[in-house]
Design a protein around this ligand. Structure first.
Ligand code: HBI
Ligand code: FE
Length: 276
């Protein structure tokens, strides 16, 4: 899809980003000097709250990644972060105005570029925002990009998504992203249950709910189950999938019958997450 028609569709849907300055690959400059004092204050307050929750509930590799990024008081400058991240795992953050078409999103991931929204929510949306903003994209997703196995998973996910589009079925592969990169939990070798998904790491309400909530459905992260399970974007998840290890997630994407599993899932009705 070209930028002009996507921009029109986003405006019609009430999305906030400014797509007028997009390059053909949907990237934009971060435009660091455009952030005002309120933007930095929102970042700092969100950062402090989520860092506190993460220190108790995040997987240790997320916390290591967060520490390595050396961010905190002010909105991170993508260029400065890139110098670090490129050394660690070869990933680069690229600015985007918000959601971009799946095709472009997958192409960036397959090239080890993480599309990162360049604007941050306002103070009135402190607790919840439907669209991904800079806080969600950066705080939620970027820390684990410094873990080599997760960095490799994200690249392979992008390439898998590109093949899924070519096969004509994007829905199952987006469920995989949703229940892992966005809302994934992990428990390694009888250790404590921890969170790693970005939608959890950037949410003050859903993170403790997913990790500690009573009556929360938590199921083993079996690829064939995940790709059949539908999801809703505007409420807490009805089910969370729990990994044994990040290696297992990466290996699931290397399976020989992955494309067959994805296309079989596309032909079946989705399973309601409340019945998992
Ligand atoms: N664009 N910026 C951005 N961030 C996303 O997470 C994203 C996207 N476009 C499409 C998309 N996600 C979904 O299709 C994914 O599940 C692939
Ligand atoms: Fe996200």
């Amino acid at each position: 899809m070209d930028v002009a028609s996507y921009a029109e569709a986003c405006a019609a849907d009430g999305l906030r980003g400014d797509y007028s300055a997009c390059r053909p690959d949907f990237t934009v400059e971060q435009d660091y000097d455009a952030y005002g004092a309120e933007d930095h204050a929102v970042w700092r307050a969100l950062f402090e709250r989520q860092s506190q929750l993460a220190s108790e509930m995040a997987h240790p590799s997320f916390l290591d990644g967060l520490r390595n990024l050396n961010v905190g008081d002010r909105i991170p400058d993508f260029d400065q972060v890139n110098a670090q991240l490129q050394k660690r795992t070869g990933w680069t953050l690229v600015g985007v105005p918000g959601l971009i078409p799946a095709e472009a999103f997958f192409e960036h991931l397959a090239g080890r570029r993480f599309p990162t929204t360049n604007w941050i929510r306002s103070a009135d949306e402190f607790d919840y925002i439907v669209e991904p903003d800079l806080f969600h994209d950066f705080f939620g997703h970027v820390p684990l990009l410094s873990l080599p196995v997760f960095a490799d998973f994200m690249q392979l996910y992008g390439a898998t998504g590109q093949r899924a589009i070519a096969q004509g079925s994007v829905e199952p592969v987006t469920r995989l992203y949703w229940y892992t990169a966005e809302y994934g939990l992990i428990r390694e070798a009888d250790g404590p249950l921890k969170a790693y998904g970005a939608g959890l790491m950037s949410s003050a309400g859903e993170l403790p709910h997913a990790v500690h909530g009573p009556g929360v459905r938590r199921r083993p992260a079996a690829l064939a189950d995940i790709v059949r399970t539908s999801y809703e974007i505007d409420k807490y998840q009805r089910v969370y999938f729990v990994l044994d290890s990040f290696e297992a997630l990466f290996q699931a994407l290397q399976s020989d019958d992955l494309d067959a599993v994805l296309s079989a899932a596309a032909k079946e009705p989705a399973v309601d997450p409340a019945t998992r």
